[in-house]
Design a protein around this ligand. Structure first.
Ligand SMILES: Cc1cc2nc3c(=O)[nH]c(=O)nc-3n(C[C@H](O)[C@H](O)[C@H](O)COP(=O)(O)OP(=O)(O)OC[C@H]3O[C@@H](n4cnc5c(N)ncnc54)[C@H](O)[C@@H]3O)c2cc1C
Length: 261
């Protein structure tokens, strides 16, 4: 059995088309605001969220909307106020893409329950015939890790036994796909898989909260602890209200002051 560790890699995020932002702010008469606020806010995702929110009330400066006599100038105050009022829809404008590598199908079953604001591309066990059965061994079974590994090795042996009954060299791609898909039925839920997962920041805040809760399963808790660390570091205003608490198993819970915006 190949022992593996779940990995989280951020591979993409929303970026501004700055020329378009200039054209848009010209249209709104907000050239001064753009100059001032871009200096205070170099982060594209957080900037886009603020820009989109301000477009709702033309709140780029006092007087642009005759009903607005005062505006929050500071990006931190602006975003904190959005979170406090639970105006979360503007957080949907920016998203992050992660590669989740060496995660189990237990993890992916749980992850796909989060439907709103996500995109998923998961490695296919119809098309991809596994060379190795990689499994992460949770600490809860550390005392029985030898027996755990033996059970996986037994499944691997049985899998190879059935696999060897087929003459793969002579099979068409379609036949290979059908047999590979049939064979996966005997593979364990813990088998390592990889997927690309994109979520907007409204969704990310919610999934971090739900899946780092002590009631969540340990693997998804570990993975979303890593997601939370990346988000807190890379989007400091959007995640400023999260606090980190260490749990007894060494994982961390991330609790926002403003839940489910
Ligand atoms: C600790 C834990 C234990 C769990 N145990 C189980 C279990 O035993 N069995 C089981 O089946 N599931 C279980 N789940 C999964 C859980 O029931 C949810 O399906 C999952 O957490 C997705 O969350 P969500 O419903 O908030 O959906 P998300 O897709 O994350 O949506 C976010 C929010 O958008 C809104 N929304 C999304 N879709 C709709 C919609 N179609 N209509 C209206 N509003 C919508 C809701 O307000 C929702 O909360 C568990 C989850 C956790 C965290």
């Amino acid at each position: 059995m190949e022992r593996i560790e779940p990995q989280v890699i951020k591979i993409a995020e929303t970026g501004l088309c700055f020329e378009g932002v200039q054209q848009m702010t010209e249209f709104y008469g907000a050239r001064e605001w753009l100059k001032r606020s871009r200096e205070l806010q170099p982060n594209d995702s957080e900037f886009l969220i603020e820009l989109s929110g301000r477009a709702c009330y033309k709140s780029f400066g006092p007087g642009l909307n005759p009903n607005v006599s005062k505006v929050r100038d500071n990006p931190r105050e602006y975003i904190t106020n959005v979170l406090a009022k639970a105006d979360g829809s503007i957080l949907e404008h920016a998203s992050v893409t992660f590669a989740f590598l060496n995660v189990s199908r237990i993890f992916t079953h749980e992850l796909v329950r989060h439907r709103a604001g996500t995109a998923i591309s998961q490695e296919s066990l119809r098309y991809v015939r596994p060379r190795e059965i990689g499994v992460w061994v949770p600490p809860d079974v550390a005392s029985a890790s030898k027996e755990f590994a033996e059970a996986i090795e037994e499944i691997t042996k049985r899998y190879r036994g059935i696999e060897d009954k087929f003459d793969w060299e002579k099979m068409s791609f379609e036949q290979k796909k059908r047999v590979t898909s049939a064979l996966r039925r005997i593979l364990p839920d813990g088998i390592a898989t990889n997927l690309i997962w994109t979520a907007n920041h409204r969704t990310l805040r919610w999934v971090i909260e739900m899946r780092t809760d002590p009631a969540a399963e340990i693997e998804i808790r570990k993975v979303f602890g890593k997601v939370a660390d990346i988000c807190i570091k890379d989007y400091p205003l959007l995640y400023a209200d999260f606090t980190r608490k260490e749990l007894s198993d060494g994982t961390f819970q991330y609790v926002p002051q403003y839940s489910k915006v």
